[in-house]
Structure formats: C-alpha cells, structure tokens
Design a protein around this ligand. Sequence first.
Ligand code: SAM
Length: 213
Amino acid sequence: MRVRNKPWADDYIRDHQDYIVEDAENWVGKWSERFTKKQPIHIEIGTGKGQFIVEMAKQHPEINFIGIEIQKSVIAIALKKVVAADLPNLQLVHTDGADVDTLFGKHEIDTIYLNFSDPWPKKRHAKRRLTSPKFLDSYKTILKTDAPVVFKTDNRGLFEYSLITFNNYGMYFDMLSLDLHNSEYMEDNVETEYEHKFSAKGPIYKVEAYFNK
Ligand code: SAM
C-alpha cells in the first residue's frame, strides 16, 4: 500500500506518544509497562490503517495488542483511529517488522497476525515477504511455544508460497481455509481494510500455523 506523504504525520505522532512507540528498542522486555494490565500480547505486522487491530482491541480487552507498521504516513492514519478509540490495551509501533526479534523478548508474544501482507511477487524480492524463512526465524524466537502465526490474504500466489514455506519450516496447520468468507471460521472474523476491499472480488485465504504441535 502506498499513500501520499502526510505533512501532518510527524507532529501528530509527536503529540500522541502515549499510543505510539517510535523508540521500540527501548521497550524490549518492558512492553507490559505500555499497558494498564499485564496480559497476553498479540502483534500485527503490517497493520496498515489500523482497522483490524482497533476492532480486535475493542473485542478483546483481556489481550494487549501491538500494531507494527513501517510507513509513517500509514501508521499516522492508524494512530488517528487509536486515539479516537482510546483503549488501554492497544499500542502502535512505527518500525520495520523485520526487526521484531530485537524488539521483543524470547517467547514474549502470544499471537502474530499477518493480514494481506505485501506479496512481493518478483522472485528476487522473496526475502521481503513477511512469511519468508528469515521472518519465520524471528517469529519462532518471540512467540510462545504453543502460539500461532495467523495469516490472511487474497493473494493466491503469496498464500501458496507461504504454505510451502511454513511446511518446509516444519510448522503445523491448525485451521486452513481457501474461502474464509464462506467458511465456518467467519463467526470470529475481524475484517481488515484490504479484506473489505478484496473479498468481493475473490476468495480470502487463511491459515493458522504453529511451530510446535
Ligand atoms: N494489514 C492491512 C490490511 O489488511 O488492510 C494492510 C495491508 S497492506 C497491503 C500491507 C501493509 O504492510 C502496508 O501498510 C505496508 O506498509 C506494511 N508493511 C510491509 N512490510 C512491512 C514491514 N517489513 N514491517 C512493517 N510493516 C510492513
């Protein structure tokens, strides 16, 4: 997703430091201090404009949520939603998801969501895909041993690549849907911005993958 530069983003982020972290490396091992309650932490990498993570935080006050986004203009839009929602269990982090293993302690995280991640279709860009083996190394480090990577996409090529990568990595699939919106798993589904846009055009794919059984 590319959005036009938002000239107000810097000031807005600076004025709302209670909701957004720009110095994530200073919070390693102390993430619970960003929240009012010490409880399980779920993160979304590539949180975009924030629709999913805000709704999840509203529906699950028993979980602390962290949305990670690399683009400043995009996370500034998410931040507006977060400020309006004013939830004690939601924080944003402006950083590259490639660094998650340096931002969180070992087994500190209870779930990772990857929603409609950029597909990077060219083979030479495969390493940038959020489901590539190098990212899985990081996810395995920060996730609790029984915790999932929950992945949704409308991109069949990326989904196939991800299933193969997860499988080659020795991961296990708990749920797998090739048409989420016409499946039994829709009941708990929280829609993302991309999902809203693309579910009318074709199937949405979803998998929950675990490093351990
Ligand atoms: N998850 C949202 C949704 O489903 O509507 C946004 C999907 S959009 C296609 C992908 C988002 O991931 C973009 O906002 C992009 O900037 C972000 N992104 C891509 N690579 C990233 C990375 N390495 N770390 C953090 N965010 C990343």
